[in-house]
Design a protein around this ligand. Structure first.
Ligand SMILES: Nc1nc2c(c(=O)[nH]1)N[C@H]1C(S)=C(S)[C@@H](COP(=O)(O)OP(=O)(O)OC[C@H]3O[C@@H](n4cnc5c(=O)[nH]c(N)nc54)[C@H](O)[C@@H]3O)O[C@H]1N2
Ligand SMILES: Nc1nc2c(c(=O)[nH]1)N[C@H]1C(S)=C(S)[C@@H](COP(=O)(O)OP(=O)(O)OC[C@H]3O[C@@H](n4cnc5c(=O)[nH]c(N)nc54)[C@H](O)[C@@H]3O)O[C@H]1N2
Ligand code: SF4
Ligand SMILES: [Mo]
Length: 726
């Protein structure tokens, strides 16, 4: 080696300081902890990640996204100062100028069109403290009823169903450590191997202990490959499939009569309904052979203990709530809940998908899962906030409906924090039109995302490395993530930005916190007595105990890791609810013109709208472009070969993607990933038909036509880019 180079290296090594900080992955609901190592010398800074073997949930496991998570946070393209649109272009401005502009816009808009004319749109990556603060900012800072968040597109159907059936929505009714004790596990519409990779060892351990694993998915996913039984259901066919299973459960005597009698209501109506169900019909409607339905029912029925896990495949339908209710019917009919080794889990998606849905980001919600239309709940929260109950607005509308109101000009200004709806909403063409109608759009993000590019004001927020707060994982375990790095440029923690926005609107006294812990202390009070009661949890306890489960109402008792142990549910009569769920066909059935069902979802290396992972070279390299996944037989009939460009058309939009042929998908179904924007955005096609109860759009099924792109006359696609006119 060159002598100079060797000398330089030695010198550098001497001057290198290494620091190791514990952090927590910003991506999925597993919330794996890890160490971030920073090697710093006067010449360079290098970062590396190592696992935390003491992590109580994943014991040191991390997936590819976790290993690479720091890369986007350290990206040089992070937003470093506020950007204000002038003469059509976004230009850097000072915070003073940005805030002054914000104050004028809000004040003018609300003076002209009323308080509700300004809306707030949040996200499930925010800490509990920030989700709580965003709800308070909407109601007190702006005084608007319009607030909702991206969780509406996520687990809202499961949340509604669990509330209806159990009187409480905590994703999992018992901790993950319970899963290996199950005798049978049904995983429905959940691709855990790609979406919660570090959860897989729990399923593998269950299998090693003898559990039968059943996966229900139109695709043979990596999760389905592990299954003993894979039911390749037709998208939207889950209700019919489960009705067939229920029929066998009843006919072959797998019901738990004592449990039904003592702890439930609605069983008789369900039994009556099941008399009209035939297994042959269930097979036809679901696309799953009758023998498989019977095999599944026997496996679950015979097992002493069992878990049912659902995720977005079941939930993201216009019938999402009913779909989940039927899976809960299966659990309740067999009494497989409350005891060790049995339970229900909606596999929550986002990092704080659980906590983010509890503390007031939702249109009809106040902290602690309180309801904004319940006088007593309003009084309790108004008292904590130091306002009159009558000062609190009423309930607003769901995420997608806020865009409809923007198009109608009932909403004229919007503040979006930590979401990228121009990629992630159904029918993004419609959403783009709606955002263009706004008088002003403010986006608080890490990057100039597709949505931020449309904004009038972009504010640089904080990434997981720079922001502290609690995150509730998919089990209902409240964890604490410390800040380990300084913010880039003049970027600010999201909670500080919310405080400053409130201050310029003259509401500073309600938002004067010196730290996230102070916000948490207020959240604890506001949640006291609510269903999601955090009042006994403190930062100190979380650190000492490796996380604390909610509900936890006392400082000196542990949180409730396992719910319903005494078989008492959260309804006032203590009983869980069964209900008949008839199969209904998809809101957009296929026909000659649109003969295929498009379903959408995730790939292992990317996360949601891709705003973070497309900016991470090692992740993007693993999946640099979206494909349309298609069965080879179907492709042949469409005249398509592997890798060829296909023109995909739905009633709302069109796009071109290359096809990837795989025998691991139903012939009548195609699959498109959701992680790209612009012309590659699958949501150009998706259907915004909403579930009547949860207001969840139908992301998982719409009708499409797929044809080869002709070399001549490639179909023209209208541009998705462009500024708002308004
Ligand atoms: N790698 C990665 N991991 C993630 C995310 C990510 O973007 N990337 N996002 C996180 C978030 S926010 C979420 S919500 C979760 C989502 O986690 P999942 O819900 O597990 O992921 P999806 O791919 O959306 O859908 C799951 C499966 O549903 C199937 N499916 C489609 N239609 C139907 C149907 O009608 N019935 C049934 N039974 N199945 C159907 C699809 O084929 C797909 O394999 O993942 C989290 N983890
Ligand atoms: N077709 C189809 N569409 C879907 C789905 C589907 O299965 N199919 N799934 C739906 C689901 S389950 C979900 S959860 C939604 C999610 O959809 P989005 O909410 O749009 O997803 P993200 O990519 O997480 O958007 C987060 C944005 O905030 C920024 N950000 C990340 N962390 C922070 C932070 O801490 N602070 C700030 N200020 N900004 C931050 C990121 O850069 C990014 O621009 O998509 C939904 N859309
Ligand atoms: S499993 Fe989820 S939380 Fe864990 S490292 Fe992967 S993306 Fe992050
Ligand atoms: Mo999600």
């Amino acid at each position: 080696m060159d002598a100079f180079l060797r000398q330089f290296r030695e010198q550098e090594q001497k001057l290198t300081v290494e620091r190791r900080e514990k952090t927590q992955c910003p991506y999925c609901s597993m919330q794996c902890t890890m160490y971030l190592h920073k090697k710093h010398s006067p010449y360079s800074s290098r970062y590396q990640v190592s696992p935390n073997r003491e992590d109580p949930v994943v014991q040191g496991r991390l997936c590819v996204k976790g290993m690479q998570a720091h890369v986007h946070a350290l990206d040089r393209n992070r937003l470093k100062s506020p950007l204000l649109r002038r003469n059509g272009k976004l230009e850097p401005v000072s915070w003073e100028e940005a805030m002054d502009w914000f104050r004028r816009k809000v004040t003018d808009t609300q003076r002209q069109a009323g308080r509700d004319a300004v809306a707030v749109y949040g996200g499930g990556s925010l800490t509990n403290e920030e989700a709580y603060l965003l709800g308070k900012f909407a109601r007190i800072g702006l005084g608007t009823c319009y607030i909702d968040y991206n969780g509406r597109f996520c687990m809202s159907s499961a949340a509604t169903a669990a509330n209806q059936a159990f009187g409480v929505d905590r994703g999992m009714t018992a901790p993950l450590s319970d899963i290996p004790r199950a005798g049978c596990i049904i995983v429905a519409g959940a691709n855990i191997a790609e979406c919660q990779p570090t959860m897989m060892p729990y399923l593998r351990r269950a299998k090693a202990n003898g559990a039968v694993l059943i996966v229900i998915d139109p695709r043979k996913t990596p999760t389905a490959k592990l299954a003993d039984i894979h039911l390749a259901v037709r998208p939207g066919g889950d209700v019919a499939l489960v009705n067939g299973i229920l029929k066998v459960i009843v006919e072959e005597g797998y019901t738990d009569e004592a449990f039904l009698r003592n702890h439930t209501t609605g069983g008789e109506a369900l039994m009556d309904y099941l008399q009209s169900v035939s297994i042959g019909e269930a097979a036809r409607e679901s696309g799953v052979p009758a023998e498989e339905i019977i095999r599944t029912a026997r496996a679950y029925g015979e097992a002493e203990t069992g878990w049912v896990l659902t995720a977005r495949g079941v939930e993201q339908h216009a019938t999402g709530v009913q779909n989940v209710r039927n899976f809960i019917n299966l659990i309740l009919l067999t009494g497989k809940i409350g005891g060790v080794g049995s339970g229900y889990g909606a596999v929550t998606g986002q990092g704080n998908g659980q906590g983010g849905r509890e503390h007031g980001q939702k249109a009809d919600q106040l902290p602690g899962y309180r309801r904004i239309d319940e006088p007593e709940h309003r009084r309790a929260v108004a008292e904590v906030w130091g306002v009159k109950e009558s000062d609190l607005p009423g309930s607003g509308v769901s995420a997608f409906e806020m865009f409809s109101l923007a198009l109608e000009r009932a909403i004229r200004g919007m503040v979006i924090l930590s979401s990228n709806p121009l990629v992630s909403s159904p029918d993004v063409g419609f959403v783009e039109k709606a955002l263009k109608q706004l008088d002003f759009l403010v986006v608080i993000d890490l990057f100039l995302s597709e949505t931020a590019e449309m904004a009038d004001l972009v504010l640089p927020g904080s990434s997981y490395l720079e922001d502290e707060g609690t995150m509730t994982n998919l089990e209902g375990r409240v964890t604490l993530r410390r800040a380990v790095k300084k913010l880039p440029g003049t970027a600010k923690p999201d909670w500080v930005i919310l405080g400053e926005m409130a201050r310029v609107l003259g509401k500073g006294k309600y938002f004067s916190y010196s730290s996230p812990e102070k916000i948490f202390d207020e959240l604890r009070c506001a949640s006291r007595g609510g269903i999601a009661d955090y009042s006994g949890i403190s930062y100190g306890r979380i650190e000492e105990e490796g996380g604390v489960f909610w509900p936890c109402s006392r400082k000196d008792t542990p949180g409730e890791a396992r719910l319903f142990t005494d078989r008492r549910f959260f309804h006032s009569d203590g009983r869980a609810r069964l209900t008949p769920v008839p199969h209904v066909s998809l809101p957009e059935p296929t026909n000659d013109e649109y003969p295929l069902v498009l379903t959408t979802g995730r790939l292992m290396p990317h996360y949601l709208s891709g705003a973070q992972t497309r900016r991470t070279p090692d992740l993007n390299g693993k999946a640099p472009e979206p494909f349309l996944y298609m069965h080879p037989d179907r492709a042949k009939r469409c005249g398509l070969e592997n890798g060829q460009e296909a023109h995909i058309v739905s009633r709302r939009g069109e796009m071109v993607l290359r096809v990837k042929l795989t025998s691991g998908i139903r012939e009548d179904t195609v699959f498109g990933p959701m992680h790209w924007g612009g012309e590659q955005c699958i949501n150009r096609l998706t259907l915004p038909e909403l579930d009547p109860d949860s207001r969840m759009p139908s992301f998982k099924a719409c009708a499409v036509r797929v044809t080869p792109v002709k070399v001549k006359g490639i179909p023209k696609i209208s541009s998705m880019q462009g500024e708002r006119s308004g």
